[in-house]
Design a binder for this molecule. Structure first.
Ligand code: RB5
Length: 166
């Protein structure tokens, strides 16, 4: 499987461990940085991973930082991304099976390397179920991206008598 990975400075060690484990498992890995411990801003790096996923250069993306939290918030601004912060095997499995998550974020300050690699292995191996009820919900999430585009919001707010659509 083609997998895009990245990290900020706080997730560098975890990313390196994930990179090694993925390659040993036979995956094709593209690393979008960062490559050293100098402090960087995670949105600058996670967006590269997210864009690789939505452009289908990679099937899935994984990003490591200190907590896993900020990069998921940032990545979910990219239309088509369903990013989740996961540090346990149950959530890893259900986020793929039920939510068709396509970008996993993890925090090096939250989880040990051994447990993190189990989460990654589980997340990658679990297929999306495609069950009707889950697809219906994912379709509604995708629709939120459309109705909440700035131009659409202006029109809708004007219809509700809120704000200026002009
Ligand atoms: C960096 O110090 C830290 O804020 C970042 O790695 C991450 O935890 C943000 O969500």
């Amino acid at each position: 499987m083609k997998i895009a990975i990245g990290s900020d400075h706080a997730g560098l060690n975890l990313k390196r461990a994930i990179h090694k484990a993925l390659e040993e498992a036979g995956h094709e890995v593209r690393d979008f940085g960062t490559d050293d411990t100098a402090a960087v801003d995670y949105p600058d790096y996670v967006v590269r991973v997210a864009q690789a996923v939505v452009s289908q250069e990679a099937e899935l993306g994984i990003f490591a930082c200190g907590s896993g939290l900020g990069p998921a918030i940032a990545a979910n601004k990219v239309p088509g991304i369903r990013a989740v912060t996961v540090h346990d095997v149950y959530s890893a499995r259900s986020s793929r099976r039920d939510n068709n998550a396509n970008l996993l974020t993890m925090g090096e300050r939250v989880i040990g390397i051994g447990s993190a690699l189990e989460v990654v292995k589980t997340w990658i191996a679990e297929p999306y179920s495609g069950a009707d009820r889950h697809q219906r919900r994912l379709d509604k999430i995708a629709a939120l991206e459309e109705v909440n585009r700035p131009s659409e919001c202006g029109t809708r707010n004007a219809e509700r008598g809120m704000g200026d659509a002009g």
